[in-house]
Design a protein around this ligand. Structure first.
Ligand code: GLN
Length: 491
């Protein structure tokens, strides 16, 4: 899709301003119902589009993504633009700088339409935890878009942006992509700079693209990746153009299917998944059953490590440095119940009480407990050890003494998009939605979700995603595998 639009721009069939206006028209028409955007950046978008049009008019060459409209998850900082992470605590926060990915996108001339909804601080699997609104699934608006990047994914699925950026800590790009029938890519940990993304769990977070095709995701990855001095965990890597590796040939590649993931599959999902395996076979890949023996510990391990990092990362929101303060608005709040001026600690506590939603508070409490003296060894340290074992499972699958698989494949989620409200009262049920996606974050490997079918329910075709996981820093191989499937199945 990006290539086609690029051709149209350089052949002057359409201008970037017209294209941008078209997207704003769609947003105007259907976002009251979908609820994908929190903030529109019309002025910025029009300026960016005009600039590109002037370049084209002067006969200058433009980049593939130049002049093409995109959307950004609202936990990624855009200079001068309100950035809330869908939390009341950052309600009035205007980012004072660009995240590294945004700086890069601006240099390439991307057009930014606006900031999209998410679960508060990216904590959730349905975008129901946003402090502002629920994002609905464009395929069936009685259902969730998934989460936490629900806004970014719904925007792409509903034609409100050509592509978007999300963040993925335990599945937040891939699970909603699966629910809404688009492509979502979580890069290898360290591939993309996290500088300027509001941190949830720093050892797991990655920024990645959401798009209508695997090729589009590859095009975006090429432009946002690379080492960055502002993120010490970003890895040294050569400047690859991932789109150049999409040969459409996967013959001889070995795809491992982890038995722990698929043995419980049933019904339609199982059929769709098996059909996709058959397709991979006909494309020349070899399918092998493998074992990732520590998979059963992934969810508890994630919920210890993630919440521990959350409790530490969110300590900075105390009403002093960022966003809202409990005594900002109400005069009486400046004094405590004894009529005395509030102490600093009271300001901290009140701000956090009012500013954070229930799920965020739950995770801060769990994480604080896991890190507290006396429990640290039993929970956090133990979880780190299990994380090492989970990573080793992947090492063993990819590099056993002889041979090994090239990719690991399973469904992205064990279900289709669920009904709004269906799981919000039961956190454990909600957490289980990420059962297939969190291991990639714990191990740090790249993973991509792409549509492999749909289940007809209540007259709607609810999408199912397949997930490929690759070796560390082998995005090009993994993308080519997903691309090959995609081009051979698209009608
Ligand atoms: N749904 C998962 C969670 O609630 C993952 C979130 C994410 O990837 N940001 O933690």
């Amino acid at each position: 899709m990006i290539r086609e639009l690029h051709e149209k721009l350089i052949n002057k069939e359409i201008t970037s301003v017209q294209l941008t206006e078209q997207y704003f028209d769609v947003i105007e028409k259907n976002d009251a119902e979908i609820g994908a955007y929190l903030t529109l950046t019309k002025k910025l978008a029009m300026q960016q589009a005009q600039f590109v049009d002037e370049k084209i008019a002067k006969g200058e060459s433009i980049d593939l993504i130049e002049g093409i409209p995109c959307a950004i998850k609202d936990n990624i900082c855009v200079d001068g633009v309100r950035t809330t992470a869908a939390s009341k605590i950052l309600d009035n926060y205007i980012a004072p700088y660009d995240a590294t990915v945004i700086r890069k996108l601006k240099e390439y001339g991307a057009v930014i339409l606006g900031k999209t909804n998410l679960d508060e601080f990216a904590m959730g699997s349905s975008t129901e935890n946003s402090a502002y609104k629920i994002t609905k699934n464009p395929v069936d608006t009685s259902r969730v878009a998934g989460g936490s990047s629900g806004g970014s994914v719904a925007a792409v699925a509903a034609g409100q942006a050509v592509w978007s950026l999300g963040t993925d800590t335990g599945g937040s790009i891939r699970q909603p992509a699966s629910f809404c029938g688009v492509v979502g890519l979580k890069p290898t940990y360290g591939r993309v700079s996290r500088s300027g993304a509001i941190a949830m769990a720093s050892s797991l977070d990655q920024i990645g693209p959401i798009a209508k095709s695997v090729e589009d995701a590859a095009i975006i990855l090429s432009r946002i990746s690379g080492q960055d001095l502002l993120d010490a965990t970003s890895a040294k890597s050569s400047d690859k153009k991932y789109e150049d590796y999409l040969t459409g040939d996967i013959s001889g590649k070995v795809i491992g299917v982890p038995k722990e993931y698929v043995e419980s599959l049933e019904g339609e999902i199982k059929n769709i998944f098996e059909k996709s395996l058959e397709k991979f076979r006909t494309l020349g890949a070899k399918i092998e059953t493998i074992s990732l023996p520590h998979s059963q510990y992934a969810l508890p391990t994630y919920y210890i490590i993630m919440t521990s990092e959350v409790s530490s990362n969110l300590a900075k929101f105390d009403g002093i440095k960022f966003g809202m303060r409990s005594d900002d608005n109400v005069d009486s709040d400046i004094n405590n119940e004894n009529g005395l001026p509030k102490k600093l600690l009271e300001t901290y506590l009140d701000t956090r009480k009012i500013g954070f939603g229930d799920e965020v508070k739950r995770r801060i409490m769990l994480g604080t407990y896991a890190l507290s003296a006396g429990y640290y060894d039993a929970y956090y340290l133990k979880a780190q050890k299990v994380r090492a074992l989970i990573r080793r499972d992947f090492e063993n699958a990819f590099n056993p003494p002889a041979g090994g698989v090239d990719y690991i494949y399973c469904p992205t989620a064990p279900e289709v998009a669920f009904k709004i409200g269906e799981k919000s009262a039961d956190p454990l049920k909600m957490y289980l939605s990420d059962i297939f996606t969190i291991t990639a974050n714990l191990a740090g490997v790249p993973a991509i979700s792409f549509p492999i079918g749909a289940i007809s329910t209540d007259g709607k075709d609810l999408p199912i995603g397949g997930q490929l996981m690759g070796k560390w820093f082998d995005e090009e191989g993994m993308l080519n595998c997903a691309h090959t499937y995609e081009i051979n199945t698209k009608k």
